[in-house]
Ligand binder design. Structure first.
Ligand SMILES: Cc1ncc(COP(=O)(O)O)c(C=O)c1O
Length: 370
């Protein structure tokens, strides 16, 4: 496509984020974008339906006040510790814009500390949006490889010639990680956070399927934020609601650069109703975790190497054919999974955990392919 001369050179050069496919074909089993296989609770659907009337002409609450009140109660903090966004993608972008100086070589000084480098730092592989956000902002990137088994390198190891930057203005850590599915111990995250002089965002998009969460770190350290979303565990991708938890001063700073009405009204209502029906969702987490474990066992028996997962997807190394061929063979049988072309990922498939019936259909298709 020819480049318009009116677009900034930085945007011309940008490698835009590539979302997973949202197919129009009917009857596909969609295990490619980590959506929840169960619908929102009937109370959430009723609340959204009841809100669809003439009030759509009005602006929504600009600060998502009621939702922040409810989230504060849930997390044992104050509404001032919470910023709600148009999906967690928006709050991740706000963190980059509010915490990192643009410009590859700029540095700035934190109060009473060494100069921070204008760097967005993250592990690879992890959520592929982070480098895109850094590029959009014109900030330098510092990708640092995880261990070959996708585990988190220890703080000491990072200090020893791994190019890790303890002065990076912003460090993103996806926990549990994507696409590996691996969960990290809160004690290890705490140790790393203590050593970082810049801000840290712990991206907990999948944390409801994990054994541990690190929310306490955001309420304990003034430079740590936890990002959460209603998309995955709370079946609300369509409504786009995510949030940050952190120190009130950090939240107040990011709040200044947010769009005034960044969270749409129906999204706020859906998220509020979700928090009134957590029992329903917690039962779903249990079902998804049970399906994850049984599917992992079955695929292992069929010769797949299945990495241990703490999320609503599994990362598997398939037998017999290259992963990219499996992608096509499964698609031919109307099952969509995700494949990534990066060298360290191309041998794997990421499979979202669906319903038990969808898992059974996947296993049956795999048997036929083999
Ligand atoms: C690690 C991670 N963080 C954040 C998000 C974005 O979620 P949301 O739908 O809240 O924007 C995703 C979505 O795929 C993700 O995988």
């Amino acid at each position: 496509m020819p480049n318009s001369p009116f677009i900034r050179p930085l945007v011309h050069a940008l490698h835009a984020y590539v979302p997973g496919e949202q197919p129009k074909i009917k009857g596909l089993i969609k295990l490619n974008t980590n959506e929840n296989p169960y619908p929102p609770s009937s109370r959430v659907l009723a609340a959204v339906k009841a809100a669809v009337d003439g009030r759509l002409r009005l602006y929504p609450n600009p600060t998502a006040q009621r939702l922040r009140d409810k989230l504060a109660k849930l997390h044992g903090c104050r509404p001032e510790n919470i910023l709600v966004g148009n999906g967690s993608d928006e709050v991740l972008a706000l963190a980059v814009r509010g915490l990192v100086e643009p410009g590859q070589n700029s540095a700035f000084k934190f109060k009473n500390s060494r100069p921070a480098k204008a760097v967005v730092q993250y592990f690879t592989p992890s959520y592929s949006l982070y480098p895109v956000l850094a590029e959009i902002h014109g900030a330098a990137k510092n990708p640092v490889a995880l261990n070959p088994d996708f585990s988190l390198p220890g703080a000491r190891e990072l200090g020893r010639g791994r190019q890790w930057d303890f002065n990076a203005a912003l460090t993103f850590i996806t926990t549990p990680n994507a696409p590996s599915g691996q969960g990290y111990a809160t004690a290890d995250l705490d140790q790393l956070c203590r050593l970082q002089r810049g801000a840290v965002v712990l991206d907990e998009a999948y944390v409801d399927f994990a054994a541990e969460n690190a929310l306490a770190l955001a309420l304990k350290h003034p430079h740590v934020l936890v990002a959460r979303t209603f998309s995955k565990a709370y079946s609300l991708c369509f409504q786009r609601v995510g949030y940050l938890v952190g120190h009130a001063d950090l939240i107040a700073g990011l709040d200044k650069i947010r769009d005034s009405y960044n969270v749409n009204g129906l999204g706020q209502i859906a998220a509020e109703a979700t928090l009134d029906d957590l029992k329903y969702y917690r039962a779903n987490f249990k079902k998804i975790i049970a399906t994850r474990e049984s599917l992992s066992r079955e695929l292992t028996q069929l010769g797949f190497r299945v990495l241990p997962s703490q999320s609503n997807f599994i990362f598997v190394h398939p037998p017999a054919f290259p992963a990219v061929e499996w992608l096509q063979k499964l698609r031919d049988r109307k099952i969509l999974v995700r494949w990534f072309s990066a060298p360290e990922l191309k041998g794997f498939l990421r499979i979202t955990i669906g319903t038990p019936a969808e898992a059974a259909a996947l296993v049956q298709a795999v048997r036929r392919i083999l």
